[in-house]
Design a protein around this ligand. Structure first.
Ligand SMILES: *[C@@H]1O[C@H](CO)[C@@H](O)[C@H](O)[C@H]1NC(C)=O
Ligand SMILES: *[C@@H]1O[C@H](CO)[C@@H](O)[C@H](O)[C@H]1NC(C)=O
Length: 367
């Protein structure tokens, strides 16, 4: 009942809404994590509070977006039905978490803004504690999307304490379960964190070749890979032996292109879970959801151009610790680290690059 603690301020109001709202009462219990019908958008536990009741979730409506003429020319005559299984769609998965909601909305806004064919993008939103569907609908009225409920219980027993509490949110682990959550017809998905904006056409990232690999991400082979695991990991061959025969490099799991068919066939969800179990008994790393991904995929990642993840812009939120861009072109700006641009802008102490996030912010009441 995590949400009760986090929502204590409006708990009673939310309870009243649940009692009064017949549509919420009719949701079946969440015994499965995949929503059962393409057309019924969501399957939520009955206790979940609707978002519309809360002032904190106030976003302006985004400007309408439309496909350029050249977008639809290639499949005239083929089904006009743009359901989630339409093979011409670009699929993007993002979590919608109450804490990072403003960031997720800005990310979606940025993607639509820079896309030549925004109507060809299908968004898969993963939620754990609040039904945010009506909020998405009112902010982006014509968006193609679906909301999926990720049950925190699935990972709660697998999460061990990490150095930063924010890294322990169950929703951080949802990226490991996309194969179980999304419609089985979705072959490829771009997974994106909530603290980033895309400033290029996302279809360019979508069309990246993965070769024989299951996931693609920018790799950083100059980063000191040793530090992501503890000394006890490296000295124990049962553990460090997993990297035998590979050249592991750091990559950031906040931007990944994933072949879901291959992932499912090769059983990567279980492989990642197995390392989380090792972590519980032997404590082999300090960070949260990243190290198990490194254990399974480092050295087996299709390298994607670095411009698709200019990460680290969050810095550590200490004054004067603002980060700069890495050299080279920029298609995606990522405020990974503990400082977030919306917090720094609100506190009137922004970093210079936070100004690049601000244009995509839709937070606040309509004028
Ligand atoms: C349409 O098809 C042509 C040729 O097959 C290709 O060059 C072009 O990029 C396609 N356009 C879109 C929007 O997919
Ligand atoms: C990498 O990090 C480890 C652990 O922090 C350290 O012992 C090692 O000297 C570092 N290696 C390099 C090349 O900096």
């Amino acid at each position: 009942m995590l949400w009760i603690m986090r929502f204590s301020g409006f708990f009673s109001a939310a309870m009243v809404m649940i009692i009064l709202s017949p549509s919420l009462q009719s949701f079946p219990p969440a015994e499965a994590i995949r929503s059962s019908h393409v057309d019924s958008y969501l399957r939520l536990p009955a206790h979940m509070p609707p978002a519309g009741t809360v002032d904190r979730f106030s976003f302006r409506r985004a400007a309408p977006f439309h496909n350029a003429n050249e977008c639809n020319s290639n499949h005239s005559g083929i089904s006009r039905d743009r359901s989630v299984c339409d093979p011409s769609l670009v699929h993007v998965a993002i979590t919608l978490d109450v804490e990072y909601l403003r960031g997720s909305i800005a990310a979606v806004h940025s993607i639509l803004h820079h896309s030549l064919c925004p109507e060809n993008i299908f968004f898969h939103f993963i939620v754990s504690d609040t039904n945010l569907e009506s909020l998405v609908k009112s902010t982006f009225p014509h968006l193609k999307f679906k909301v999926y409920y990720f049950d925190p219980k699935i990972v709660r027993n697998l999460i061990s304490t990490s150095v930063r509490q924010a890294l322990e949110q169950p929703l951080n682990y949802a990226r490991n379960y996309l194969v179980d959550l999304l419609e089985p017809c979705v072959r490829r998905v771009i997974y994106l964190d909530s603290d980033l904006v895309v400033v290029d056409d996302i279809s360019n990232l979508w069309s990246t070749s993965l070769g024989s690999r299951t996931i693609g991400a920018p790799e950083y082979c100059h980063a000191n890979f040793t530090k992501y695991f503890m000394a006890g990991f490296w000295s124990d061959k049962r553990f460090s032996g997993t990297f035998a025969g590979r050249k592991p490099c750091y990559f950031n799991t906040g931007v990944m292109v994933i072949d879901l068919f291959k992932w499912r066939r090769l059983g990567y969800t279980k492989r990642i879970e197995r390392w989380m179990e090792v972590q519980k008994s032997d404590r082999i790393y300090e960070l949260g959801s990243l190290p198990p991904f490194l254990l399974v995929f480092a050295g087996r990642v299709a390298p994607i151009e670095h411009k698709w993840n200019q990460h680290g812009l969050g810095g550590d939120n200490v004054r004067g610790s603002c980060r700069d861009l890495h050299p080279g072109p920029v298609s995606l700006l990522h405020w990974s680290g503990s400082g977030k641009p919306w917090d720094r802008l609100d506190s009137k102490r922004p970093c210079p690059l936070d100004a690049l996030w601000a244009p995509y912010d839709l937070y606040g009441h309509a004028q």
